[in-house]
Design a protein around this ligand. Structure first.
Ligand SMILES: C[S@@+](CC[C@H](N)C(=O)[O-])C[C@H]1O[C@@H](n2cnc3c(N)ncnc32)[C@H](O)[C@@H]1O
Length: 275
């Protein structure tokens, strides 16, 4: 266990952890579909990389059942305390948490699967992280990654406000040195990690006019990214108007009868050879 925490763009304050929970609820169907297609099964021992508020660990817990186990890893002690509290409240007994940095962590023994959702994006060398953790998976086991492809997120048809929001979010990640299209590049990341021929599929959700998800997601992530926007000259706090942004996007959506497209969740998975 380490005591120093690697700087992480979105931080782990309570507002951000609540945002992760809300985002996780929207991502749950796609996440379950990807875990199922990747071959996560009852009885497996699974690592959840960058577990955050714990939502992927909880999905995994229900799939692997009482004969399996899940270890959620995160560099943030705050996030892990939050996740552990939620885990207890849900009565999940096959989940435990480890406080460590993915770059420094060492494991003894093997697991059946390694899973990580929205975490490789925040590592400077995603292929190196994948390669390292693939090394802990037994032959025949599986490595699963889920990352966003953010370019298509927004209203359909787009409005000037939704286009501006999509641009701000994509550009804030880019200016922080992070790739908002990482999901689209997962096959290359897997290949660079020594896992050639990974299956990579994007799952696109759609929310009808009148659904509040778009406004909530946009204002939640922009609230967290606001310091990047103002520091890098992307927009001023007045231009963003964070306190009314979600409501304005929602009103746009209702007025124009638009569908909200969240970022595409792309799943990549690969079996470890030799079984
Ligand atoms: C966007 S959150 C995703 C949380 C969760 N996987 C989900 O999909 O809901 C990213 C998480 O990865 C963690 N993280 C980022 N870099 C890390 C590192 N180098 N080692 C361990 N955890 C890391 C952060 O602390 C944060 O909790």
């Amino acid at each position: 266990m380490t005591t120093t925490e690697t700087p992480y763009l979105l931080g782990n304050e309570p507002d951000e952890l609540r945002r992760l929970e809300e985002q996780a609820a929207a991502l749950a169907p796609a996440t379950r579909a990807i875990l199922g297609m990747a071959g996560i099964e009852p009885g497996m021992r699974v690592l959840d990389l960058g577990t955050g508020a714990g939502d992927v660990a909880f999905e995994l817990s229900r799939i692997v059942g009482p004969s399996g186990s899940v270890v959620g890893i995160d560099q943030s002690a705050k996030a892990l305390r939050w996740a552990a509290g939620r885990c207890e409240a849900q009565g999940l007994r096959n989940v435990s948490f480890v406080h460590d940095d993915l770059h420094q962590m060492r494991l003894t023994g093997q697991v059946d699967a390694v899973v990580g959702r929205l975490v490789l994006l925040y590592t400077p060398d995603p292929a190196a992280v994948l390669r390292k953790f693939a090394g802990y998976v037994r032959p025949g086991g599986v490595v699963v990654s889920m990352e966003y492809e953010m370019s298509v997120a927004g209203l359909l048809p787009a409005t000037p406000l939704s286009e501006r929001i999509t641009y701000w979010i994509n550009e804030a990640f880019r200016r922080s040195g992070l790739d908002p299209y990482l999901g689209a590049r997962l096959e290359t990341v897997f290949a660079d990690a020594g896992l050639a021929g990974a299956t990579v599929l994007g799952l696109q959700a759609y929310r009808p006019p009148g659904d509040p998800t778009g406004g909530r997601m946009a204002s939640g992530v922009l609230r967290t990214l606001l310091p990047v926007l103002t520091r890098t000259g992307l927009a001023t706090a007045e231009e963003v108007g964070i306190d009314t942004l979600g409501q304005r996007l929602f009103e746009d959506q209702v007025r124009s009868g638009a569908v909200f497209r969240p970022p595409t969740l792309v799943g990549g998975w690969s079996r470890i050879g030799g079984s």
